[in-house]
Each structure stands twice: as C-alpha cells, then as structure tokens.
Design a protein around this ligand. Structure first.
Ligand code: MTE
Length: 403
C-alpha cells in the first residue's frame, strides 16, 4: 500500500496516514476521492471529520490529544485573527462542553462574600471590550538551539482578537476580598480524571487591573468551544497559560497556587544556564512566567519563499507585554538596521502590523527583524535559553530566494 504524506495533519511526531485508512474514515472523503475530486474538498471533509470543532482546515497539528493546533503564517496577516484560525492549546486530553443554562462559576477563598454566578449573573456586570493578542509561552519554541522540551511551535501560537466580557475586578470587589487576598487562581472545567485540575494563579495586582477580564465573546461571537465557551479569563500581556478557559472557579488565596501548572510548568530561569545541565529544580530555582517580553516576526513572505528580483515587500507583527511598541527595524544580509513602517498601530495589549520594502538582487538573502518597546527594551540577538522553551524572542530571521 502506498503511503501518502498529509501535510496539514503533520504533527511533530511525523504523523502519516495510509491512503486506504484515510479514505475509510469518512464516506464524504471516500466519495470525493472516488469522483476524482481535487484535494481541497477532501481536505475540508477530513478537517471536519477530524473532530476539531470550529477549527479551519489547514491548521498545523502539533498534537491531536491533547489538541494543540498552530496558525499557519499566512493567517496571521490580518490585524484580527479569525476565530477558526486562532491557535488552540490544551493540556489535558479532553475539553469541556458546557451549556450556558447550567454553567456556574464560584468565587471563594479569601473573600467576605463567596459568590456563585450563572450566565445571567455575569451579564449583569458592565460589559467591556478589549483587543488583545494571546500568545502561548512556547510560541517560537521550535527556534531554540539546542532544542527545548515540548511542542515545537513555530511562530503561530499567537493571535490577536477582539474580546468582550466583564472586568474581573468588578466581580472580585463584589466578593469583598480580605486583606489576605494576595493571589487569584482560575480553575478550568477541563475533564481531568485522576489528574490535578487545570489551575493557574496571578498576583492580586494583575487580577484587579481593569484590563484583566472574564470574557464570553471573541470577535463579536460567543467564545468557540475550544477557546473556553462560555467564559474564560483574559489576562492581557501575560503568559497564555493564565488565560484559563471554561472557568469553573476563581479562588482568592494568600499564596501563589500550589499545583503542577504553577510549580512544575511555566517556570523560567532569570539568568543564563547551561543547556547540558539536567538537574533543574523548577519549583525552587525557577520563577513563574508572567509578562511577555518584546517580540516581532515576519508574516510575509514565508521562510524559504522565492520572490522576483527588484522591489520586495515584507510584513510582520510586533508586540510587547503591557506596553506599546516604539520601533521596528529590519536588517538585510547583516547590514545596518533600517526602520520598518508601522501600518496598523497596536496598543499596550493589541499587536502592531509593520511593513518594510527592500530592493534585492538575485540569490539568497537573510533578513532580520527586531522591535523595541516603549520602555526601551529591544529584542535580543539570542533568546534566554530555558529548559521548557518559553518566551523565545530573539530577532526573527527570514531567508528568501530572489530569482
Ligand atoms: N485553560 C484550560 N482550562 N485548559 C488549558 O489547557 N491552556 C492554556 C490557556 N488556558 C489551557 C487553558 C494555555 S497553555 C494557553 S497558551 C491558552 O489557553 C491558549 O488559548 P487558546 O487555546 O484559546 O488559543
């Protein structure tokens, strides 16, 4: 039997399907193939059949269980990332399928007035809207040398969306936090079996920030199921993992949450370490990832593309955690840094789009981009290597061929 390579299903583990196995999986697929249909309908049928609700065909599959899907670079060229093209990052094999009618969330712990809120209660708080990017800590992890542990994400574990919801601050204040309210932990409704629940905490200062939200709409539509329907946390500028989906409880606590997603994962070294060293004590010597550092990357053309000789256009995005972007610069073949033009200004939470033009002669060219945030921090040539591969923000390098 011939083996065919299915690029849009290409997980990091090099998943391959046999043609017969593929056709047997769905009548729609078999029908389309039997009629000699082009691959596009087969691809669409397969994407539906693959069981990723609300997800576009063409997402790069990092893993199927848990579901981890990366946005292809061309889909990052719009200021707002469409819901169906927004990356998906899960830790546990299943996901919560909830109904607004029965969903409830609690607010408990260091509060004078514990709360139990249903959908209608949430709607009674003042509605707010915020455009913000959401990025996984492991975005660009695949660029680390030597390799860091975990899914080898390229640049597409990020998206920029318009979120609608309520201020977490309003909910917390109505629960009357005590003086011991120093951290706020979000617990997700993920089915977790014997495993610990998905819980991440943030210091109370960030929880009380008016831009920290409980959101129920993404780009004007109810949150898609894989993005946390009916309600998720939005902690803009911070590591993606604190944006807990399918909110079940908000625990107001004195100490940082003591669970594996706080003490074992999402921790980083603050100083350089030797990658050959293997004896790390994450809970003791590493600190939780919080605000993202400044970052930028190319969105057009894609690495390895060939463009005609003469004037060439380059575009990309730039963003920094909790601050604005002051400058984006591009260097061609190791030459001086030249300013890129901001085409869509962002905010302290929404990303920026930029463009750069260069006239290139035939051959292979390497371009680099770096951004500087409004606090004067510039992307480094090399990212701080860390064993779990978080916060990669080195200059983005793009190799293009010119014919
Ligand atoms: N929330 C729950 N309940 N379960 C999860 O596994 N993953 C987190 C976060 N919230 C996760 C979660 C991680 S690691 C990231 S990067 C973001 O969700 C990704 O959000 P998205 O899938 O909506 O893009």
């Amino acid at each position: 039997m011939s083996r065919i390579h299915v690029p849009w299903l290409d997980a990091e583990d090099g998943l391959r399907l046999t043609r017969r196995g593929l056709l047997a999986r769905s009548g729609a697929i078999a029908g389309a193939a039997a009629l000699g249909a082009p691959w596009a309908p087969v691809r669409r049928a397969l994407a539906k059949e693959a069981g990723f609700p609300g997800v576009a065909a063409g997402m790069r599959v990092i893993s199927r269980s848990p579901i981890n899907l990366e946005t292809p670079i061309p889909q990052l060229r719009t200021w707002i990332t469409p819901d169906e093209w927004f990356f998906v990052r899960l830790h546990l094999p299943g996901y919560a399928q909830l109904s607004r009618d029965t969903w409830q969330m609690t607010v408990d712990g260091e509060v004078g007035q514990p709360l139990r809120l249903g959908w209608a209660d949430v709607q009674r708080f003042q509605r707010v809207e915020l455009t913000a990017w959401l990025q996984c800590a492991g975005n660009r992890r695949g660029h680390f040398q030597p390799k860091a542990a975990g899914g080898q994400w390229d640049r597409g574990a990020i998206g920029n969306a318009r979120w609608t919801g309520i201020c977490l601050r309003d909910v917390l204040l109505s629960a009357a936090p005590t003086l011991k309210a120093h951290h706020v932990a979000f617990e997700g409704n993920d089915p977790h079996g014997q495993a610990p629940p998905y819980v991440r905490s943030v210091p109370i200062e960030k929880a009380l920030d008016p831009n920290t939200l409980l959101v129920f709409e993404m780009n004007g539509q109810p949150l898609p199921v894989l993005h946390g329907f009916p309600v998720r946390a939005l902690v803009p500028g911070w590591v993606g993992s604190v944006n807990v989906k399918w909110i079940k409880s908000v625990h107001v606590v004195e100490q940082e949450w003591n669970g594996p997603y706080m003490k074992d994962l999402y921790r980083i070294n603050l100083v350089p370490i030797n990658p050959a060293d293997k004896n790390f004590n994450f809970a003791q010597d590493f600190v939780p990832t919080t605000v993202f550092p400044v970052n930028s990357f190319f969105t057009s053309p894609v690495t390895g593309a060939t463009v005609p000789a003469g004037p060439a256009a380059f575009t990309g995005v730039a963003y920094a955690g909790e601050t604005t972007i002051a400058a984006v610069e591009v260097s061609v073949d190791g030459g001086a840094w030249q300013p890129a033009r901001i085409t869509t200004p962002g905010t302290a939470y929404a990303w920026y789009q930029w463009a750069f033009a260069a006239t290139l002669g035939p051959g292979s060219h390497v371009l680099a981009v770096r951004a500087t945030d409004s606090r004067g921090r510039t992307q480094p040539r090399e990212a701080l290597w860390n064993p779990q591969g978080y916060f990669y923000n080195a200059w983005d390098m793009l190799t293009v061929g010119v014919s």
